[in-house]
Design a protein. Structure first.
Ligand code: 5RP
Length: 233
C-alpha cells in the first residue's frame, strides 16, 4: 500500500515559492518580489541565491517585502531606476484555468500590478486551494480607492453589480502602502471577465486600481497537497 503524506498549506507555499525561484531566476536578472505568505518563501530563496553569489537587483511590491528583502541581504532598487523587470514572482488569491487572477487580499495590489506590468515575465506561486473555475467565486475583488469621497466611490462600484465592503483593521479603514483604502467587492455570480469590463471600474472617479490580473501571467507554479509541484504555462 502506498501512503501519500499530505503537506500542510504552509509547506505548499514554501514548495511553490522555492520551485519558482529555482526555475525562473537567473544570475544577473532584475527580479520583482511579490507580497504575502507565499512570496515570503520566494524572498528567502532569492536571498539564498544572493548569498551564493548571484548578482540580482530586486524591486519590491510592498513596504513589507522590501523590509524582508533588505533584512536578508537583497539589494533593492527603485522601479524608476530600471528599464524593465526580467521576472516577478508573486502570490495570488484566485487563479482560473486561463491563468487569470484576483490579487490584493494582502493589500498590495496597486504596486503588484505596476511591477507586473513592468515585467517581462509574471510568475505566480500558489497552493492548490487558490485554483478556481471562475474568478470571483472564492473571494471578493479588492479595489483600491482614494480616501477622499470613498463612500461615493463605493456607490459607483455597487452600480457594477457588486457589494463593496470597506476593508477594516483595528477598527479603522485599512490603509495601503499608497495611503489609500480598499473595498472588497463581492460579485454574487463571480466575474465573467469577457463581458465584465475592468475599465468600467477604472473610470469611476476615486478608483485607483482593482485586483483583476487578466492576461498578465506567463506561468503559475502550483503546489499540491501530496507535495508535488506543477508548472502551468
Ligand atoms: C497581496 C497579494 C498576495 O499575493 C495574495 O494575497 C496572496 O497572498 P498569500 O500568498 O499570503 O495567500 O495579492 O496583495
Amino acid at each position: 500500500m502506498i501512503t501519500v503524506t499530505e503537506v500542510d498549506q504552509n509547506q505548499m507555499k514554501r514548495i511553490a515559492g522555492e520551485k519558482a525561484v529555482e526555475e525562473f531566476v537567473k544570475d544577473g536578472m532584475t527580479v520583482g518580489l511579490g507580497t504575502g505568505s507565499t512570496a515570503y518563501y520566494v524572498i528567502l530563496k532569492v536571498a539564498e541565491l544572493v548569498k551564493k553569489g548571484y548578482n540580482l537587483k530586486c524591486v519590491a511590491t510592498s513596504v513589507a517585502s522590501e523590509k524582508l528583502a533588505l533584512e536578508n541581504g537583497i539589494t533593492i532598487v527603485d522601479l524608476n531606476d530600471v528599464d524593465h523587470v526580467d521576472v516577478t514572482i508573486d502570490g495570488a488569491d484566485e487563479v482560473d484555468p486561463k491563468m487569470n487572477l484576483i490579487k490584493g487580499l494582502g493589500g498590495a495590489l496597486l504596486r503588484e500590478k505596476i511591477v507586473a506590468a513592468a515585467s517581462v515575465e509574471e510568475i505566480i506561486v500558489v497552493d492548490e486551494s487558490k485554483l478556481v473555475e471562475k474568478i470571483g467565486t472564492r473571494c471578493s475583488l479588492p479595489v483600491e480607492v482614494l480616501p477622499f469621497g470613498h463612500v461615493r466611490t463605493a456607490f459607483g462600484l455597487s452600480r457594477q453589480g457588486c457589494e463593496p465592503v470597506l476593508r477594516m483593521k483595528d477598527g479603522k479603514p485599512y490603509v495601503t502602502d499608497g495611503g489609500n483604502f480598499i473595498y472588497d467587492c463581492r460579485f454574487p455570480e463571480g466575474i465573467d471577465y469577457i463581458s465584465f469590463k475592468e475599465s468600467a471600474l477604472d473610470v469611476i472617479p476615486g478608483v485607483v486600481e482593482c485586483g483583476l490580473f487578466i492576461n498578465m501571467v506567463r506561468a503559475v507554479v502550483i503546489a499540491h497537497k501530496d507535495g508535488t509541484v506543477e508548472i502551468r504555462e
